[in-house]
Design a protein. Structure first.
Length: 68
């Protein structure tokens, strides 16, 4: 079964997320551009997501690169 969304294939898109922008920074709303979906990519529609406690630990404890 093949399904493509014509509004996203072949075009970059703005994505909304939460990110820590610096060490010891709070998670804040952040927007970034995702590259266009390529022919060898798999596009997955995400309906819901959450934040795991390990996501919060990565902000200041694992030598992370920012934005995170």
């Amino acid at each position: 079964m093949t399904s493509t969304n014509p509004t996203t294939r072949g075009a970059s898109r703005t994505t909304r997320a939460y990110a820590a922008l610096e060490k010891e920074g709070a998670m804040v709303p952040w927007q970034f551009e995702r590259r266009a979906v390529r022919a060898t990519d798999v596009a997955i529609k995400v309906l819901f997501c959450g934040v795991c406690h390990s996501d919060l630990h990565s902000v200041n404890q694992w030598g992370s690169e920012y934005p995170l």
